[in-house]
Design a protein around this ligand. Structure first.
Ligand code: OGA
Ligand code: FE
Length: 428
């Protein structure tokens, strides 16, 4: 098939309609500007962070990583490698692990990847550590620029570099849409990768799994395979009606070539797709102190918050956590949010549209799904939940974004809408 800059012809038209992440010379002022503003950018023209490591093919890595080093490798029956962590399942969600985690030597990984008979796909994801051996340490210290890594910490005003993750993926594998709580300079070393990104504000169209679920920080939406398309599966269209208006229009993409670095800002949604067998190296940095500096107390003892320094995703996580902590267990939090979404915690002062009314475009499906749930949840609604909601509204109104009570309530509704419908909680 003829390709247009790595994109099959038949797809090129769709891509033209979509915004591309800016591609700028790594040492340009414009690129540094974008990093300091927390906006994604592809660094081109031989970014010294990774440009010497474009020979990190699977066969090369098999010769430099000690054979006895146990690499973390995920196996999946499908191309999707959804991240999960069962230790996070504090709310007791019914959950079947979508991938299997194994440890093996790098050469064993090479064997399973090259085994054409295998029905499974494989994705190696291992932190880079000294235990990988002296040859790997030599590679790491000579092929990457740690000075350059520190430069980005300074430009972004981040707290500090934390770790590297080595990612070796077979052609076709996908890391589904999620956000991370760290800044990431994502180095593409060998082979090619497509990254699809959404700004943090697309939250209400992307329906992340709740806190207390093993897939926390992951979107519940399966993205259309054609980028920029708003066409979800029939099932997802009913479950996630706001995708087409609140998320899809904001999709941006970058096709990464060897030696390029993509800045993936903290809390930005990203999905990674392997366009060929490929190796990437993530450079992660903590960035928490900025948020702490956003809050100050003036001479009169009034708390002031600088909205520019506050991440709405971090605020949402905190609010969701505080509500969870106000309830006896995670299963109640799940019901609380369902009740909120279904308009069962309404009060006289604020008119709340129920979730089903809000999603008029697919009213039939949602009504059916919601109706069954509404009766079940209504039977369990407790008087004390209204107090918790009041407290949450008060707390949210302390933030500079939400002056009005109705705005605060809408913010809380957005936390609940559509995220809790189709997730079954295990009965105790
Ligand atoms: C990341 C990430 C997944 C991948 O670096 O944050 O999500 O498949 N990577 O590269
Ligand atoms: Fe990530």
């Amino acid at each position: 098939m003829k390709h247009t800059k790595g994109i099959p012809r038949w797809r090129a038209n769709y891509w033209l309609k979509m915004a591309a992440v800016p591609r700028l010379a790594h040492d340009s002022l414009a690129a540094k500007d974008l990093i300091s503003q927390g906006k994604p950018v592809v660094l081109t023209n031989g970014c010294p962070l990774v440009s010497k490591a474009t020979d990190w093919s699977f066969t090369h890595l098999a010769t430099v990583i000690l054979p006895e080093f146990p690499c973390d490798v995920y196996a999946s029956q499908t191309r999707r490698f959804m991240y999960w962590d069962n230790a996070k399942n504090s709310s007791g969600y019914t959950f079947t692990a979508p991938t299997r985690k194994e440890t093996m030597s790098f050469s064993q990984f090479l064997e399973v990847v090259n085994n054409k008979e295998s029905v499974e796909n494989y994705y190696l994801q291992s932190g880079v550590v000294a235990e990988m051996g002296p040859a790997m340490l030599h590679e790491y210290t000579t092929k990457f620029s740690l000075e350059n890594a520190l430069l980005y910490k300074l430009i972004g005003d981040w707290d500090g570099f934390t770790s590297n993750l080595l990612l070796c993926g077979q052609e076709g594998v996908i890391t589904p849409l999620h956000y991370d709580e760290q800044q990431n300079m994502f180095g593409q070393l060998w082979g090619r990768k497509r990254v699809r990104l959404f700004q943090p504000e697309a939250f209400s169209g992307l329906y992340p799994f709740p806190l207390g679920h093993p897939c926390d920080r992951q979107s519940q939406v399966t993205l259309p395979s054609t980028p920029g398309s708003t066409e979800l599966s029939a099932e997802d269209e009913i479950k996630f009606p706001a995708y087409s208006t609140n998320a899809a229009p904001f999709e941006v993409y970058a096709d990464l070539e060897p030696g390029e670095v993509l800045y993936v800002p903290q809390y930005w949604w990203h999905q990674m797709e392997a366009l060929s067998d490929n190796t990437s190296l993530s450079w992660w940095y903590k960035d928490l102190s900025k948020a702490a500096k956003a809050v100050s107390v003036d001479e009169n003892g009034n708390t002031k918050v600088d909205p520019k320094k506050v991440s709405t995703t971090a605020v949402r996580r905190n609010v969701e956590n505080l509500i969870r902590q106000s309830l006896p267990n995670g299963k109640q939090a799940h019901l609380f949010f369902l009740a909120l979404a279904a308009g069962l915690l309404e009060d006289e002062t604020v008119e709340v549209k129920s979730e089903m009314a809000a999603s008029a475009s697919c009213a039939q499906g949602v009504l059916a799904a919601d109706h069954a749930r509404r009766a079940e949840v209504a039977a369990l609604v407790q008087e004390s939940w209204k107090e918790i909601l009041e407290q949450a509204i008060k707390m949210v109104r302390m933030l500079p974004f939400f002056k009005e009570r109705s705005e605060a309530k809408e913010f809380l509704l957005e936390l609940a809408r559509g995220r809790f419908h189709s997730l079954a909680v295990e009965t105790p």
